[in-house]
Write a protein that binds this ligand. Structure first.
Ligand SMILES: *Cc1c(COP(=O)(O)O)cnc(C)c1O
Length: 410
């Protein structure tokens, strides 16, 4: 028996059936047409946005990192919930604009932006978070070529990282941003070239559950932004403080308490350096906003035994929900929370079951020796925390199965 992560607190059952957004899981499959299916409950996303606003100082804008979940109906709803979108490709630029987000509230980060992507972003009036000096030169040339002043911020590779993060994106040698000791010179170059300098983007890490680590990183980020701005001799219109708010995916994880983060941030902003007095500040979040809102529903096709171990084989797999298989940004494979949706409140069986996907590869393992009620052919399985880095972050073409269905509720 191996432990599972905690089922997020939003879910309950009615007559044994898992409810998502107040609807029975089986009736949602009927509505969508079939399994495998991702269901996203917009009510949970909106509740997370409210929690953020209640805890954070009013001066903090909330940005959504589109890569966490780019499902178009969700993005359209998100556009009126948050203050900005952060995108990371030309494709995300198109869907962000289609979702109705104002171009001057979109910022475009990410390494390896092609010149045609830079041109499209400048044409649209989107802010480009520059990842290098070379990218700055190409963006300035692209603006000149179409006769438009580019909006350019500088992404900084900070000289610290967010301690205990699931994914480190700052500190040490990194492909993201320019090193802190060259960032002021780059901003100066951007200003001298006549571009519209929008400020700093400082992202130090992701998937963090330690409020104290986030508090320290935010304080260090504000201090770094002040130091760099003094070196430039200009007030940055926006300081993007990064994000890093994590989710409790795995056994032993405690949900992140954001309240102390808001209190500390309020203090840090109140005592900020003079050069940042006229700046706006933003926090960019992906998974924390949408992760708990998603459930991946997949049907048991076969139940079989091998050498005393029971396997339940489902019609979905890592081609839709790679993260639950442990192959997306985790070092050790651990179990996501899983339930039998049609026997949600039943007691677990005496012996565990291993949940595997339908792909012919040993890495397609969705739940390893988990304690579940007896699983039968035809049962509907629910894998939680599927709202972020699910469908769009999985190798859907692998092995030629159909793509998952997706349904937005609320
Ligand atoms: C991926 C990413 C995010 C979102 O990360 P989450 O862990 O989903 O909150 C935010 N900012 C940048 C720059 C990113 O690359």
């Amino acid at each position: 028996m191996k432990p599972m992560g905690p089922v997020p607190p939003w879910f309950s059952a009615e007559e044994g059936m898992l409810l998502i957004g107040g609807c029975g899981a089986e009736s949602l499959v009927d509505e969508a047409g079939d399994t495998p299916l991702f269901v996203y409950d917009m009510g949970i996303v909106e509740a997370q946005v409210r929690r953020f606003r209640a805890a954070m100082p009013e001066a903090i804008d909330l940005h959504y990192a589109v890569k966490a979940n780019p499902f178009a109906p969700l993005l359209a709803r998100m556009a009126v919930q948050v203050d900005g979108f952060d995108i990371a490709s030309g494709g995300e630029l198109e869907i962000a604009l289609e979702a109705g987000m104002a171009p001057d509230r979109i910022s475009f980060a990410g390494p390896g932006k092609r010149t045609d992507e830079l041109t499209a972003a400048i044409f649209a009036g989107v802010t480009i978070n520059l990842e290098s000096e070379g990218e700055a030169r190409r963006a300035i040339a692209a603006g000149a070529a179409i006769g438009k002043t580019p909006r350019l911020a500088v992404r900084v590779n900070p000289d610290f990282d967010l301690k205990g993060s699931g994914m480190r994106m700052g500190g040490g040698a990194k492909p993201f941003g320019v090193d802190a000791d060259r960032a002021a010179a780059l901003a100066r170059m951007v200003i001298d070239a006549g571009a519209d300098w929008r400020g700093w983007h400082i992202f130090a890490g992701s998937q963090n559950l330690d409020p104290q680590a986030i508090i320290e990183t935010q304080a260090a980020t504000i201090a770094l932004a002040a130091r760099l701005s003094d070196a430039v001799g200009a007030t940055p219109p926006l300081v993007n403080l990064g994000g890093g708010f994590g989710l409790a995916y795995f056994p032993g994880d405690m949900p992140l308490d954001i309240h102390p983060i808001g209190v500390a941030l309020d203090q840090a902003l109140a005592t900020r350096a003079a050069i940042l007095q006229g700046s706006r500040f933003a926090i960019e979040l992906g998974r924390w906003l949408v992760g708990e809102a998603g459930v991946y529903l997949t049907r048991v096709v076969d139940v079989k035994d091998s050498q005393g171990e029971r396997f339940a084989v489902v019609d979905g797999g890592l081609h839709h929900q790679l993260a639950a298989s442990g192959n997306f940004g985790t070092v050790v494979r651990r179990n996501y929370p899983i339930a039998v949706a049609n026997r949600f409140d039943a007691a677990p069986a005496d012996s565990p079951v291993t949940l595997v996907g339908c792909l012919c590869t040993p890495i397609d393992r969705l739940g390893d020796k988990v304690a579940l009620p007896p699983v039968e052919e035809g049962d509907l399985m629910a894998i939680f925390l599927a709202g972020a880095y699910g469908a769009s972050a999985s190798p859907t073409a692998f092995l030629g199965h159909p793509p998952p269905r997706e349904l937005l509720l609320g």
